[in-house]
Design a protein around this ligand. Structure first.
Ligand code: 3Y8
Ligand code: NAP
Length: 248
């Protein structure tokens, strides 16, 4: 009998959860507990960390999990590393559901860099209106360039004081091209900093930047550990169905 654990937190994970609920496969959906009111899921849901690799391995054993699907965000690297280690330790089949990165198309003006510190360095010295579309957790390094007028976008209102003066938009997405064009034009944004999340939920700002000929400082993904990886919910369902067929 299958009992699947979905490491979620993305739009793709929500689509997978709906499909799994429809097929009546026994499953649990897991959020990391980053946002105040995460979207409801049609599956039993747990919220919060497991307590590192050992905590996840204990959870897999105590909850009799037979399959783990890592459907976390491409930048949720620590969770992905822990899933590989815990599944190796417990001998549990693991698959990752990961959308491909966005690729440049004619008209895109990307400055591709590896991490947030390089993103700060890529911004000009002369004051500019800068939109940081990288969430809440990794904005501190931009305090070293306080001359810019920053716009941030968070899922929840900021709880702590910000490391630099900034205007905060509170919105969880997904975002639309029209909405992004209006926001960027209205604020006279001249630079965008983004992470190459892939998927549709956040790509509107990239399309809007192209339309407005704005430079995008694009943070590339860190390398994730080797593990079986698919790009579609259908392939995950086949993987689960395949195991069911073998009576696992
Ligand atoms: C808690 C679940 C859906 C899922 C929505 C996707 C699309 C919108 C794009 C911008 C970029 C950013 C951020 C973003 C996107 C989707 C998807 C995606 C980027 C929720 C969610 C959780 C989180 C966590 C949150 C992070 C933050 C990152 C905002 C739910 C809404 C910037 C990533 O305040 C915090 O601590 C927020 C933390 C990790 C990155 C960061 O470092 O701040 N996502 N986002 C998940 C959990 O607890 O396990 O609340 O319902 C999910 C979504 N975020 O329902 O359609 O699928 O990718 N999320 C980035 O850099 O791309 C926004 O603003 O343009
Ligand atoms: P991370 O840095 O890779 O993980 C840090 C720790 O958070 C993990 O070691 C684990 O704690 C806990 N954790 C993360 N995801 C979890 C999950 N789905 N279920 C249970 N625990 C989880 O993670 P992150 O980048 O902060 O992302 C957190 C969540 O937000 C994930 O669900 C991710 O899919 C979602 N998200 C992230 C981004 C992004 O830009 N990073 C964008 C959209 C959505 P323990 O070690 O204690 O187990």
């Amino acid at each position: 009998m299958i009992r699947a654990l979905i490491l979620g937190g993305t739009a793709d994970a929500s689509v997978l959860a709906a499909e799994i609920a429809r097929t009546q496969i026994d499953a649990v959906y897991s959020y990391g507990g980053r946002t105040r009111t995460p979207a409801d899921q049609p599956l039993p849901t747990r919220i919060g960390g497991f307590g590192g690799v050992s905590g996840l391995a204990d959870y897999i054993r105590s909850e009799a999990i037979t399959h783990v699907i890592d459907a976390t965000h491409p930048f949720a690297a620590e969770m992905s590393h822990n899933a590989v280690a815990a599944c190796a330790e417990t001998g549990t089949p693991l698959i990752a559901l990961e959308r491909p990165p966005w690729t440049k198309v004619p008209g895109d003006n990307w400055i591709e860099i590896r991490d947030v510190n390089a993103a700060v360095a890529a911004l000009p010295d002369a004051p500019a209106n800068v939109f940081l579309a990288i969430g809440r957790q990794h904005i501190a390094p931009f305090a070293s360039k306080p001359q810019h007028a920053y716009t941030l976008r968070f899922v929840d209102p900021p709880e702590a004081p910000l490391p630099f003066a900034a205007d905060v938009i509170v919105s969880r997405g997904p975002f639309t091209l029209e909405g992004e064009l209006e926001m960027l034009r209205g604020r006279g944004i001249a630079w965008i900093v983004a992470r190459n999340s892939g998927g549709d939920g956040a790509r509107a700002k990239i399309d809007a930047a192209r339309r407005l000929s704005l430079p995008v400082v694009m943070i590339s993904r860190a390398r994730l550990p080797e593990r079986p990886c698919v790009e579609s919910v259908a392939e995950v369902m086949e993987w689960l169905g395949h195991s069911t067929r073998l009576g696992a």
